[in-house]
Design a protein around this ligand. Structure first.
Ligand code: MN
Length: 351
């Protein structure tokens, strides 16, 4: 039996809120979800497990219809889903009155429930959130039924306010597989047994690295899983070192090359470090125009010719400041000298 473990799709989210590509990101999340459904079809997956937070907030009716439409395109796959803390079952949630395609099973109980899928000889267990926070460790005491079948637990949470999980308790429970949701980065807690799939599309700049879903196979009483990347974009932190030869254009070329190597579709957080010629200044807005650049942090420092400056400012505060430092400086002294120099020159209206 082949299954896909998916979680935290966050349909309806629009990451990078202040960027020009925010709307694109909202579409990305839907497109990635469509891609997962296409993979279900292509890989002939029999069971699609959605471990909470399919939606970023209370789903709109039209959003449920779109998701349900996609489920109708995989009629041979059973879809089992639970509601997480984001798309929790509020009193007036459209989730509760929606009529799903017949291959969809919602485990919408407040207490743990199990569904038996006869054709797969599989029990799937789970509960749903009825509020944004649950601090009771509900999963710690859930045990599979004593039946000769595959037993899979769908769980959402793992932090103090979202059903804390004591991993040792879950390890001892005896499930064939525990499919976790809520943490957005993929993470395997026990090999082939307990894992967070992470969100299929990263949702903010802290969620760097590959994102996707987990493909699993249950055969001869044993589960095997593998992580399948499927995100359209990744968040990447790029650090570039400059020197006294660097210019705006040479820096742009270096960055373009770096971004091409990592993929132009990806979203970058760029940090500039190192020295620069004291007359050169870099323009972050020009760097941002090179691609999907969220932010440019400029930590470069001007490289001063102290001999020249000493001559020029002899007898002034600046001259004395430079002379205060020995020719052979410690790292700390060098820093103090550069920062002080910058401050002194700035106060004179120079750089
Ligand atoms: Mn969550």
């Amino acid at each position: 039996m082949r299954f896909i473990h998916l979680a935290d799709v966050h349909l309806g989210a629009a990451p990078d809120a202040d960027s020009p590509w925010c709307e694109q990101r909202e579409n990305d999340i839907w497109e990635t979800f469509q891609k997962v459904i296409a993979d279900v079809k292509e890989k002939q997956v029999e069971l699609l497990l959605i471990c909470g937070d399919l939606f970023h907030r209370q789903p709109l009716r039209k959003e449920l219809r779109d998701a349900n439409y996609l489920f109708t395109t995989i009629p041979d796959t059973t879809v089992v889903l639970i509601a997480g803390n984001r798309d929790y079952l509020k009193e007036d949630s459209y989730y509760l009155s929606f009529s799903w395609s017949k291959n969809v099973v919602c485990l919408f109980g407040e207490a743990c429930d199990a569904v038996y899928l006869k054709q797969l000889n599989t029990y799937v267990y789970g509960l749903s959130y009825y509020s944004q926070e649950i601090s009771k460790p509900y999963y710690d005491n859930i045990r599979p039924l004593k039946k000769d079948a595959c037993h899979i637990l769908l769980a959402h949470g793992g932090d103090t306010h979202h059903i804390p999980i004591h991993i040792e308790r879950i390890k001892q429970a005896g499930f064939d597989y525990v499919a976790l949701g809520h943490m957005h980065n993929p993470q395997i807690l026990q090999e082939n047994a307990i894992a967070y799939s992470g969100s299929p599309e990263p949702l903010d700049r802290t969620e760097t690295g590959a994102h996707g879903y987990i493909l699993g196979e249950y055969a001869n009483g044993q589960v095997q899983i593998q992580f399948c990347p499927c995100a359209k974009r990744q968040y990447i932190s790029l650090e570039v070192e400059t020197d006294r030869e660097s210019t705006q254009l040479s820096l742009e070329d270096t960055l373009k090359q770096g971004m091409q190597e990592h993929g132009m579709e990806n979203i970058y957080h760029i940090t500039l470090v190192g020295l620069r010629d004291a007359d050169v200044m870099f323009y972050p807005e020009k760097i941002q125009a090179l691609g999907y650049v969220l932010e440019v942090v400029d930590r470069t420092e001007p490289d001063y010719d102290f001999e020249k400056l000493k001559e020029r400012y002899r007898g002034t505060l600046i001259g004395e400041f430079i002379e205060y430092f020995p020719a052979k400086r410690t790292e700390l002294e060098t820093k103090a000298l550069y920062y002080g120099m910058q401050a002194l020159l700035q106060s004179r209206g120079e750089r």
